[in-house]
Design a protein around this ligand. Sequence first.
Ligand code: FES
Ligand code: FES
Length: 404
Amino acid sequence: MSTIALIVNERAVQTAAEPRTSLADFVRDELDLTGTHLGCEHGVCGACTVLLDGVPARSCITYAVACEGAAVTTIEGLDEDQVTIELRAAFTREHALQCGYCTPGMLVSARDLVLRLPEADERLIRVGLSGNLCRCTGYVGIVRAVQSVIEHRRARDIAPEPNGGRNSLGPVGSGHSVRDGADQARPTLPMQSAQASPETAIGVDSIPDFTPATILQQHFSVKHPIEQVFAMFDDIPAVAACLPGASLTAPPNPRRVEGAIRVKIGPIAATFQGAARVERNAADMSGRIIGIGNDQRSRSSTQGEIRYRVVPVERGTGTRVDLSIGYTLTGMLAQIGRPGLVRELAARLIAEFASNLDRRLSGTVADAATAPGALNGRSLALGLLRARFKRWFGRFSSDKDRAA
Ligand code: FES
Ligand code: FES
C-alpha cells in the first residue's frame, strides 16, 4: 500500500491505496463518489471522465498513486459550477439523456468544451465529445444541449477561460496545480488514518511507532571500548557519515534527525527523504532510531526502526554491536525489492557502516566526502560484490567468534 495525498473536490485527502488501484475505483470505493461511472474500463467510452488538474482524464486508466499532489474534480465537485449548472439544465431541456449512464463523463467533457471553445459549431462539438460514447445513442440531444449553452454564453458576452480553466500545461495529473500556486491547499488533514509522511511529520512526537513488516537481525564487532562506541552512536553527523548513501538535511538535535539516504534496487534509484526520532538508554547501552521517509520519484515510502545495543567483548577492549532492523516498504520499490535483495542490501549497508565506524573510531575519519555512494541493489546481485560482502561478514563474524 502507498500513502497518497491529493485534493478531491477541493478537499484534502490522504489515505492508503494499492499501487494498482485506478483513480475511478479510488474515488468510488474509498471516497463514495459514485457519480464517476465505469463503462469499458479500457479508456474508450469516457464514462469515467474526471478533471485532473483541470484537464479531463480517464480515471479508469489512471492509477490513483500517480495522482499524488494533483487536484481531482469529479461530477460531485461540479455541483456549484456555473457552466455545469447551465449544461444540466440544457441536457434536461434538450432530452440529452436516456439511461444517464454516460452523463457524468459527458458533462465533464462538455464543460471543458464550453470553456475552451466559445465559437464551437456542431462539427467541433461532435469532435470535442468524440471520446465520450453514449450507449443509448442520444447524440443529437447532447450536441444540441452543448451548442445551446455555448450560444447562450456567447450572447451574454461571457469570455472564454484561458486554456479552459486548466491550471498549467503538462502531463495530466502531474501535480502542477499544487506546485503552481495551490500549495496552501496541500493536504494536511488526513481524511482517514494513514501512515505519516515526512511532509506531515513536523514534530518528534509525530514520528509514529509501528510494527515492521520485516525484521533483520545483524551484529558486528569493533576493537574499541564500549564507552567510545556508545558515545559515537550519540554523534549523529558522525553516524550519518559512516552510513553509505546517507546525508543530513538539517542540523540534528539529540532527539531528532532529518536526512536522506540513496538506494538503488533493481532498475530503480531512490532517495528517501525523511526524519527520525532518536532514543537512547545509557543504563543498558542501547538505543532506538525510528524513521519515516519517502521518495517522490519512485513514489515509495518506508518506515524503519533500528534498535542497537552495545556489549563489551575481549575483556572490555572490544565491543559487539547488536542490531535489529525493522522496516516496512511501500510503493514501486516494494514491488521490485524482493526480501532477499533487501536483506542483502541491509547486510552490505551494515558491513560498510561497521567498517567506516571502525575507521572513524581509530582516527581514520570517514566523512561525508569519503563515504560510499548510493547502495546498489543490482550490484548486489552480482557475484563479485556478493563475494565481497561475504568476506566482510566473515571477518566480523570471526571477530565475534574470537570475542565470544
Ligand atoms: S470506463 Fe473509463 S473510458 Fe470507459
Ligand atoms: S444516456 Fe444512456 S449511455 Fe448515454
